[in-house]
Design a protein around this ligand. Structure first.
Ligand code: HEM
Length: 484
């Protein structure tokens, strides 16, 4: 039973904070969060507005309603800062870059980085994004069983690697990243939910692997920065931008600041998009009708050629599929904040320093906002069905001033990857077919194995835009889904 925290003199409506059941002495809810984080968090939703949990002896408040979370992120954001268990766990890895820096530094950092994420700049990156998907998918064999997590990670790591540091001298960075990132991500989550430092310092193999991976990536970033500083060749990539950018006083970023920004881009930009793609393929593999509709749209609009960023507005169904995948499996499943002043939330007044967290994974399953929340239904995002409540309730990229700077980047990258792969391949569930959402910093689809079947194509006259020459060659190619 959930114990209500009743403050004398409060009305029933104000008693909106409860204590989660099952805390044990010293560990609090830590073990339950480690064992089944999503199940445990989901079980706390649907009742009180705020639920008190214990990470070890330390209280943290889980916010369970979209409107409360929007107050924290948007309306009252000046009373909250980055902080709490997730940010503290991430800081040793991320440093003080854009994702983890305090409010006092955020405006400066964001304005320095924002130009690199301008839509015109992203459009310039888009051929690279498409080429990375084409390369990775081009290495698959017909009938091959793929570890989809790994394949999507290969695409996303290449995209970030090449848009971040296109100089051949920085290629080691991309390689080291592909190898070290999974270790950093899985160990990083342990540091969030295990609040004591001692277990992380012990000479255990897992701790040694984590430290080794961290040093490898740090050294590699350091070398890439040095190489960029040595040469004054004009560059349009992210690292080139970071090395040359100046604030309004003419001050640039020092090496440590650049290191921290790169670390954020690597960690925030690779795993997130890779896992979002993995989940999308998983859902399509479970829903042949949806998959058929996507491929019909692609065949009609692309006529067999490679997708470009200009094609994306003509692929609305593909966008709805990706949006719905992000609703069901938002790749950042938990976020946290700390109050910087006394705040009133969940019917209680809480002091500055109180830590809050909330879960897009759980909020996206609120049946009042998303009826039949477990159903994969891309058409719930049709303009006539998705109203303001659904749009406000959809927060895979967060909201407010700290909303993901890479939202458009990742949407374009993922759409191009999906269009490129689905044009040529059908991916069917393989292996045990059992896919488990595993919480690292991102929500990883563990066990996702799929068999790649090459789609056959044949020329067709008069199919959609292919006939008009509006969008491709006069002779169209429509895909036939039967294996060759
Ligand atoms: C599907 C892909 C992605 C998802 C779901 C995602 C999700 C998020 C979320 C939820 C936040 C907000 C965290 C908070 O409020 O505490 C965030 C912030 C951030 N993301 Fe992403 N992200 C994605 C892709 C990317 C990419 C591709 C990049 C970079 C290339 C990136 C860079 C960042 C950065 C730098 C921040 C910090 C922004 C700030 O504090 O101003 N993300 N992301």
């Amino acid at each position: 039973m959930t114990a209500r925290l009743r403050a004398t003199g409060t009305t029933a409506k104000e008693q909106e904070t409860v204590r989660a059941p099952g805390a044990v002495p010293l560990a609090g809810h830590t073990l339950r969060l480690l064992r089944d984080p999503l199940g445990f968090l989901l079980a706390q939703h649907g009742g009180a507005e705020s639920v008190e949990l214990r990470l070890g002896p330390r209280p943290v408040y889980l916010l369970t309603r979209t409107e409360t979370v929007r107050r924290v992120l948007v309306t009252d954001q000046r009373h909250y800062d980055k902080g709490g268990p997730i940010i503290e766990g991430a800081r040793p890895l991320f440093g003080d870059g854009l994702g983890t820096c305090p409010r006092s530094e955020h405006r400066r950092q964001r304005s320095l980085l924002q130009p690199a994420f301008h839509s015109a700049r992203i459009a310039c990156y888009s051929p690279v994004m498409q080429a990375c998907a084409e390369e990775v998918a081009g290495s698959w064999q017909d009938g091959q069983t793929l570890d989809m997590g790994r394949e999507m990670h290969r695409i996303a790591a290449r995209v970030i690697g090449r848009t971040l540091a296109s100089d051949p001298g920085a290629s080691r960075l991309v390689r080291d990243l592909e190898e070290s990132l999974p270790t950093l991500m899985s160990h990083g989550f342990l540091r969030v939910v295990v609040p004591w430092s001692l277990p992380h310092e012990l000479p255990l193999p897992a701790n040694r692997r984590y430290r080794r991976a961290r040093s490898t990536v740090r050294a590699s970033i350091h070398d890439a920065i040095a190489a960029y500083r040595r040469s004054d060749a004009p560059r349009t990539d992210l690292l080139g931008h970071l090395v040359t950018v100046r604030d309004e006083h003419g001050a640039g970023l020092d090496d440590r600041e650049i290191h921290d920004q790169i670390m954020v881009m690597l960690i925030a930009g690779i795993e997130t998009t890779a896992t979002a793609l993995g989940w999308t393929f998983h859902l399509l593999g479970q829903s042949p009708d949806v998959e058929r509709q996507v491929t019909t749209e692609l065949d009609t609009e692309l006529c067999g050629r490679s997708p470009t960023v200009e094609d994306l507005p003509r692929l609305p169904y593909l966008t709805r599929v990706f949006t719905e995948a992000l609703r069901l499996y938002p790749t950042v499943p938990m976020l946290s904040r700390v109050a910087t002043t006394e705040v009133a939330l969940g019917g209680r007044t809480l002091p500055a320093g109180t830590e809050f967290f909330f879960s897009p994974y759980c909020l996206h399953r609120d049946p009042d906002v998303f009826p039949e929340p477990e159903r994969f239904d891309p058409d719930r995002w049709l303009p006539e069905r998705a109203g303001p409540e659904q749009r406000r309730g959809f927060i895979p990229w967060g909201a407010g001033a700290r909303k993901c700077i890479g939202d458009t980047f990742s949407l374009i990258e993922a759409s191009l990857a999906l269009a490129t792969i689905l044009r040529d391949w059908r991916l069917r569930p393989a292996g045990t077919g059992r896919v488990t959402p595993t919480v690292r910093f991102s929500l990883h689809p563990s066990g996702l194995r799929m068999m790649a079947e090459r789609r056959a194509t044949r020329p067709v006259r008069g199919a959609g835009n292919c006939a008009t020459g509006h969008n491709g060659p006069a002779v169209a190619h429509a895909a036939q889904d039967a294996p060759q």
